[in-house]
Write a protein that binds this ligand. Structure first.
Ligand SMILES: [Zn+2]
Length: 127
């Protein structure tokens, strides 16, 4: 086995066992992503000297497709959320997009699709 995957307590939001840690023995690199707040750490010890850590991410997304296939990723900024929305607009196989964010010491989760539909209804009603 050349890599070790484990879940650790998040150093940003403190969620227990929600931060994925992938360590490659071969390249001596480690990648971390917290599924709750979007905290990331990218450490590559060989040659590159890359050691980046994002303690102030936008959040994470979980895309739930038909037949419950899930896709999880980090969002480093609001621009990435806008890009995600533009990419998803015409995909009718998506049932929900759960956005998870760490705001004022709490994990906040909401369904992006439901929120977009609600905004469309509100604008039609003039609210
Ligand atoms: Zn976290």
């Amino acid at each position: 086995m050349s890599s070790v995957t484990k879940y650790i307590d998040c150093p940003n939001c403190g969620s227990p066992n929600k931060c994925l840690s992938e360590y490659s023995i071969h390249s001596k690199s480690e990648y971390r992503l917290c599924y709750e707040c979007g905290y990331t750490k990218d450490t590559r010890f060989k040659n590159t000297g890359i050691n980046e850590e994002n303690f102030n991410p936008y959040g994470t997304y979980t895309i739930i497709h038909q037949y419950n296939i899930e896709e999880v990723g980090g969002l480093s900024s609001e621009n990435e959320l806008d890009y995600l929305i533009s990419r998803m607009q015409d995909d009718f196989n998506i049932k929900a997009i759960i956005i998870s964010r760490y705001i004022n010491g709490k994990i906040i989760k909401y369904d992006l699709i439901r929120q977009i539909k609600l905004k469309k209804i509100c604008s039609k009603l003039g609210i």
